[in-house]
Design a protein around this ligand. Sequence first.
Ligand SMILES: NC(=O)C1=CN([C@@H]2O[C@H](COP(=O)(O)OP(=O)(O)OC[C@H]3O[C@@H](n4cnc5c(N)ncnc54)[C@H](O)[C@@H]3O)[C@@H](O)[C@H]2O)C=CC1
Ligand SMILES: CC(C)CC(=O)C(=O)O
Ligand SMILES: [Mg+2]
Length: 358
Amino acid sequence: MTAKILVMPGDGVGPEICREAVRVLDALASDHGLDIELDEALVGGAAIDAEGDPLPEASLAAAREADAVLFGAIGGPAWDEQPRDKRPESGLLRLRSELGLFANLRPAILYPQLAHVSALKPEIVAGLDIMIVRELTGGIYFGKPSGLHTTASGRREAYNTMRYDEAEIERIGRAAFDTARARSGRLCSVDKANVLDVSQLWRDIMNGLAGDYPDVELTHMYVDNAAMQLVRAPKQFDTVVTGNLFGDILSDAAAMLTGSIGMLPSASMDAAGKGLYEPVHGSAPDIAGQGVANPLAIILSVAMMLRYTLGRADLAAKVENAVGYALDRGLRTRDIMDDETQMASTQEMGGAIVDMLR
Ligand SMILES: NC(=O)C1=CN([C@@H]2O[C@H](COP(=O)(O)OP(=O)(O)OC[C@H]3O[C@@H](n4cnc5c(N)ncnc54)[C@H](O)[C@@H]3O)[C@@H](O)[C@H]2O)C=CC1
Ligand SMILES: CC(C)CC(=O)C(=O)O
Ligand SMILES: [Mg+2]
């Protein structure tokens, strides 16, 4: 059956990297029998400019109808002064929430060719393969009450609420235990249970689930220590499960262990296997329009789409191997370049992956 893929390029480098990911999908369709139909929709700042809404009704409807969404990135200085619910970022948050994409998988895998551009010494990161499972539709990004107001004494005051109920925690917990079970069987739950009530509930639910997964070894770590351990000895981690805010921060840190934030893909899944696939990075306004953005994070997100939604693990492996071959050949976008390698533009890197696939 033909799979419907909705492409949402967004802002900044989003359209540049999406273009390369679409070339990869086109090559898989024409040369490897991938049965897909592509459509495109507005989101983020581009949608605000065109329609006054970061997630127009038609875009949301198209996303609901699609089997998978390929998402570029949103945001940028042009929209930074907008109130929070009118910013491009709120379009992405709403999309995640409306589609029920509660499980965000962010794999930090080091390609051995990039060991010496990692933020850490090669011997500390060699063989790195961590899966961060981040809760994506709850926590402080969504909790009510939230707001900004002026108090009786005339001071501005702002607040957000980190809130989870036990069903939300259990749902992401089970996704993480299942993920850990399919990997090495080690799961580290990251929280701040020494300070936060919400983290105490989180820890309690994780401990309760452990009984259903006797083959998975569950440990707990406070988030401040986890940030430190991630840069001290990252290979102690296999699968990490954490809340929305902590996962957002830890995954950007984990990205640098692989050489660049331009290398980290992600999958955001609902309960039925539908997914939105996007790079971990943002719209990178500082390099937008220069043709230097690394398209590998979104191309590796296409590989996750092939594996998790389209049932084509064979093609996912082909894409991942093609990335390896391109790196073997010394192709590097600026963020992962060193003295020995040749600089490739966004388009050249995408083209190299397409050539490998043909
Ligand atoms: N999922 C999304 O669409 C996300 C959107 N954002 C938004 O993006 C905008 C910029 O946010 P920042 O904090 O600057 O984070 P960012 O991830 O966009 O950029 C951080 C740094 O990483 C670099 N970088 C990012 N992607 C790269 C790539 N593919 N290749 C090479 N270098 C890359 C950028 O040039 C910049 O120096 C903001 O409006 C923010 O809200 C931020 C994170 C996620
Ligand atoms: C809404 C986004 C800006 C949040 C984010 O940084 C992310 O999901 O990585
Ligand atoms: Mg982020």
